[in-house]
Design a protein around this ligand. Sequence first.
Ligand code: FE2
Length: 267
Amino acid sequence: MEQEQLEKFRAWFDDYVAGFYGNDEFINANLKLKEEHTRRTCDQMLHLAKELGLSGNQKRIAEVIALFHDIGRFEQFVRYRTYVDSRSVNHCLLGLEVLHQTKVLGDVPEPQRQLIEKAIEYHGLRELPRDLNGQCLLFSKLIRDADKIDVLYVVTDYYRQYADNPEGFKLELELPDEPGYSAKVVEGLLRGRRIDYSELRTLTDMKLCQLGWVYDVNFTATLRHIRNRKLLEALVDFLPGTEDIERVKEKIFEYVDFRIKQQRCKN
Ligand SMILES: [Fe+2]
């Protein structure tokens, strides 16, 4: 892929997204969240691609994947006023529909287009299909990691805004902000298990689940980034200080540090 083509896609994204803003403040605030998320995910993607020593062509493909990974989010929110897929539509598949209908990737050679589309399709899955390999596996892993780094950043900012001013909060909270959390979620995290969205009942469950994303991180470079930016520390600030949650925190930090140390030993 040429640099020129990538620049064309960046301009297309700006135009496409601009078309969704209107007079509804709730919709605008939520659209902005995803627009900014996309831009930062592109930066994260490039950072990871560089750390992993990818070629110029691979870096450009990686950036297109990041740019379009949530392209379905804009239509999703305007149509359904939610980002919760289970209450609306699978935003990854909607994104592919948008790409097909607009033919924006029309000039991209078939093998590269396949890589881009598969990585977008798979980025929201609980787990990647087991039969992936080669470049498809590489790009699918990359977008999942880049996306997670930024979502961690977004949600902590989101929880801070909500804590500061619950009444003035204009974004969508996906779960009820009730006291308490699920024992099953805590137990799963202590066992090193990823938590499924279907297991979540309260906002604290959601925060715990987000903490557990580290179990699903593919590259140590991602964990180092999460550690250096103190993203986990920022998130645990919003969790209650009960004994079992303290154990979860300890377990998560130990896990991250272990993987970072393991990588250092390998090098
Ligand atoms: Fe997404």
